[in-house]
Write a protein that binds this ligand. Structure first.
Ligand code: F3S
Length: 399
């Protein structure tokens, strides 16, 4: 891999120990993936923020980087943490866990990382434009950045994203290269996709084809004439979770699709496959629901407005969290939506989500509109799930 003079100085420790360590991580990664060079990034998003994942060993690594002078050189935000730093008591998180989580966030702050913890950085000012090279970690956000924004990111691990933040560099391989962005499978949608749940189910339907073929194609998805930004957000989370996909193209919707012809290899998706998949994510009885959550990925402002409209003057009957980025909640506070939603008995969980918060053992059945939340509710917390469209989740909550 070519290393220029400035990068060699970093490797030699002239910019301090944290920069040296960070560049060593990136060079090692670049060698594994046969990158020819390191390229500048303009934006970073770091995952692996929850104390649950990091533990003391992870926190020690971060503290060492901070003590050695590590500072983000480009705009860097964080993925959700294990707690809402302002509302953890009400959400039933232990003091012990909360104080450890806050230690993690404080270390990131010392490194000039913006400690807004969200998986939708593109809603809160971390918005790369078309063609920009970035280093993001959260799988749904990486898929959104590559596919919807046309930016270029591999799916970084926590340490490589932090290394990119501290050096402003990333190895040029994978989705940074034109040659890795070409679609390899045409997906013809032969059904009318309307709800978040349809797009969530589509990711799981595609996983069957991907697993059976043993390939990891870049899909070129035809037959979708209209899709909202929130539905794109849902689909990115689902296809990233179930298929490991970090880039897809949708003609007429995503910005790079018109650069390519449809690949010859084609599969067709029918309504019955979507319906069967939705059924498979409903593995409990609605009367057994004891936890409801919306906001995976984190809610947009439009979604919060919709929740307020639907809940005005009503009361929910079960524990209900809505998860979002704190700046989005602050707008909601200012506009009066938070008051309407909280008066209905719903709790805001900013900075965190129903997957990364330490809630294993507290609930049995989760009601959600998110296919990704269904996957992790079971895989991480052993919850059963009820998977319903957004508006229906709210009507069930008040029934
Ligand atoms: Fe975001 Fe948590 Fe879902 S990080 S994508 S809300 S699992």
């Amino acid at each position: 891999m070519k290393i220029n003079k400035e990068q060699q100085d970093m490797l030699d420790g002239l910019d301090g120990k944290a920069v040296q360590k960070a560049l060593q991580i990136l060079v090692a990664l670049g060698k594994i993936y046969h990158a020819e060079e390191l390229i500048p990034v303009t934006s970073v998003q770091v995952a692996g923020v929850s104390y649950d994942n990091l533990g003391e060993a992870g926190l020690e690594f971060l503290t060492e980087m901070a003590n050695n002078g590590g500072k983000a050189r480009v705009l860097t935000t964080l993925n959700p943490a294990g707690v809402d730093v302002e509302n953890w008591v009400k959400l039933g998180i232990s003091e012990d866990f909360a104080s450890n989580q806050i230690r993690v966030i404080e270390v990131f702050k010392r490194m000039n990382v913006i400690t807004t913890c969200s998986c939708t950085p593109y809603f809160i000012g971390n918005v790369p434009h078309f063609g920009e090279h970035i280093a993001w970690s959260e799988s749904s956000a990486v898929c959104y950045a590559n596919s919807v924004l046309g930016a270029r990111s591999n799916r970084e691990g926590g340490p490589s994203a932090l290394a990119a933040a501290i050096t402003g560099l990333t190895p040029a391989y994978g989705y940074h290269l034109d040659s890795s962005r070409q679609p390899t499978l045409t997906v013809d949608i032969k059904t009318n996709m309307k709800e978040n749940t349809d797009f969530g189910a589509l990711g799981k339907v595609l996983s069957k084809y991907f697993i059976n073929s043993g390939k990891k194609p870049i899909p070129y998805i035809r037959g979708i004439s209209q899709i909202s930004n929130d539905q794109l957000k849902s689909f990115c989370a689902s296809i990233a979770t179930y298929c490991g996909t970090a880039l897809f193209h949708m003609p007429g919707i995503t910005p790079e699709a018109n650069l390519f012809d449809a690949p010859i290899e084609t599969i067709t998706i029918s309504q019955s496959e979507i319906d069967d998949t939705i059924d498979s994510l409903n593995d409990a009885l609605i009367e057994d629901v004891d936890f409801i959550s919306l906001g995976c990925p984190h809610l947009s402002l439009q979604e919060i407005i919709r929740i307020a409209e639907l809940l005005k003057g009503k009361k929910v009957k079960k524990e209900f969290w809505i998860t979002t980025a704190r700046p989005i909640k602050q707008i909601s506070d200012k506009m009066g939506y938070t008051r309407i939603i909280e008066e209905a008995g719903v709790m805001f969980a900013a900075d965190t989500c129903c997957v990364v918060a330490p809630i294993k053992g507290r609930f049995n059945v989760l009601l959600t509109d998110s296919a990704k939340a269904c996957y992790y509710a079971y895989a991480k917390n052993n919850f059963h799930t009820i998977f319903k469209p957004f508006d229906q989740v709210i009507s069930e909550a008040t029934r």
